[in-house]
Design a binder for this molecule. Structure first.
Ligand SMILES: [Fe+2]
Length: 296
């Protein structure tokens, strides 16, 4: 899931219990009443979910399945060309279906034997503390709706394509899954909102938009890149900088455009050492020190 509130379509529940997903004016589905009703119904099911209960199954329409088939085929082709070897191998082991949208239970049953990660439903934005904190239990909160059929290769918000083809393919790697777990463990130590935001931003520039050098070229491992039809190859035009925790945790960025600056690791080992190593030990004090030392 993307971690920025403004990227999600807000979900509200009225006094009458009606759940409404508020799509932006630019959303491809905003003028389609059938799509909007569907989005409200899917969000309502996620809101009703309680841990331990049966994960809601979505009866996806033929139109929605067709969107998945199109995106899945296009991203598989691009992943083979632009993703790093660790992700390609993980995706092969996970073997997500390309002919239908997997239910979250199906994703879980494939992931658990590989890395123990489970998918839980989310209506939209999950509070940062809950979203990142649940990684400690190897749980990933995922939305279940899919983008509008008029634009199968585009979405203004994270959807099932992002959550599953982006994150699950990454979470199928034991090495990346272990980094997620260190993020979850870090959240339990953090008390300040500043430190939590710092963690979210380092995560953004690594597990969402991270790239690494491999075979003499730049390849991606971030879920945001892996799930974006356009950005999965455009990232090569970005300005690449070496891993720098302070910069990743403090640089301003615009989530609505392709990222102009990316942080490039030299290997998966460097991601584990620098990014995983930071999450493993980070506290409120670490963040306060990092920021004040640089300011001085
Ligand atoms: Fe994400």
């Amino acid at each position: 899931m993307f971690t920025e509130a403004q990227l999600y379509s807000p979900v509200t529940k009225g006094a009458d219990g009606d759940v409404t997903v508020h799509l932006s004016d630019e959303h491809p589905g905003v003028h389609d009443p059938v799509y909007r009703t569907r989005r409200n119904a899917i969000a309502a099911m996620a809101l009703e979910y309680r841990p331990g209960a049966r994960v809601p199954r979505i009866d996806y329409t033929p139109e929605e399945q067709e969107v998945w088939r199109i995106v899945s085929a296009e991203l598989a082709r691009k992943r083979a060309r632009y993703a790093c070897a660790e992700v390609i191998a993980a995706a092969e082991r996970l073997a997500l279906p390309s002919d239908h949208i997997p239910q979250l239970d199906e994703v879980t049953s494939k992931l658990v034997p590989l890395t123990g990660f489970r998918y839980a439903p989310a209506a939209g934005l999950v509070p940062l503390r809950e979203f990142f904190g649940s990684f400690a239990d190897r749980t990933f909160h995922s939305t279940q709706y899919i983008r509008h059929h008029s634009a199968p290769l585009y979405t203004p918000e994270p959807d099932a394509v992002h959550e599953i083809l982006g994150h699950a393919n990454q979470l199928a790697s034991p090495r990346f899954a272990a980094v997620y777990e260190t993020v979850g463990a870090a959240v339990a130590r953090l008390e300040t909102e500043r430190a939590l935001k710092f963690l979210a931003d380092v995560f953004w520039f690594s597990m969402e938009f991270g790239v690494l050098r491999e075979y003499g070229e730049v390849r991606c491992y971030g879920a945001g890149l892996l799930s974006s039809f356009g950005e999965i190859e455009e990232f090569r035009r970005a300005e690449l900088r070496p891993l720098d925790i302070h910069a990743m945790g403090t640089i301003a960025y615009d989530i609505t455009h392709y990222q102009p600056i990316l942080y490039c690791a030299e290997s998966v080992g460097e991601i584990e050492d620098v990014i995983g190593g930071f999450f493993e030990t980070m506290t409120d004090d670490t963040v306060a020190r990092l920021v004040s030392v640089r300011q001085a």
